[in-house]
Design a protein around this ligand. Structure first.
Ligand code: DQA
Length: 145
């Protein structure tokens, strides 16, 4: 069992999953996803620190905390993906393995979603698999930590 947790960070509006644009993001709530990720973590011998915030600065703080206290990081930055140089800088400064995750395939959506500022600073990106993507990301981070 890895002693340090894998941080799974979720950005703005992801607290509304299940009710928010279910055609795009699916019907699973963030609590469903957290339970699923934690069950998956158990089978992989990992522990997970699962969080959500609507605030950019809080997410920056948590990326820094993940680097100090975690073994790896999975992050769905939500809309900050497309806007946040602060989050990009925090990710660049973090030396733990990092995976960016999106429920939807951002390249198949509106033009303004097709550019990820944060992807530059991560080991890999998983997108387009809905809630299942969190499991895929955990499998991927397991190979990196
Ligand atoms: C998202 C995609 C973003 O463009 C959007 O702002 C989100 C969710 C996704 O998981 O598909 O909030 O990160």
């Amino acid at each position: 069992m890895a002693s340090k947790p894998v941080y799974v960070l979720n950005g703005p509006n992801l607290n509304l999953l299940g009710a928010r644009e279910p055609d795009v993001y699916g019907r699973e709530t963030l609590a469903d996803i957290e339970a699923d990720v934690k069950a998956q973590a158990k089978t992989l011998g990992l522990t997970v620190e699962f969080r959500q915030s609507n605030n950019e600065g809080t997410l920056v703080d948590w990326v820094q905390e993940a680097d100090a206290k975690g073994s790896g990081l999975i992050i769905n930055p939500g809309a900050y993906t497309h806007t946040s140089i602060a989050l990009l800088d925090a990710l660049k400064a973090a030396s733990i393995p990092k995976i960016e995750l999106h429920l939807s395939n951002i390249h198949a959506r509106e033009e303004y979603r097709r550019k990820s500022l944060t992807a530059e600073a991560v080991n890999g990106v998983i997108m387009g698999f809905g809630a299942k993507g969190y499991r895929l990301a955990l499998d991927a981070i397991k190979t990196l930590v």
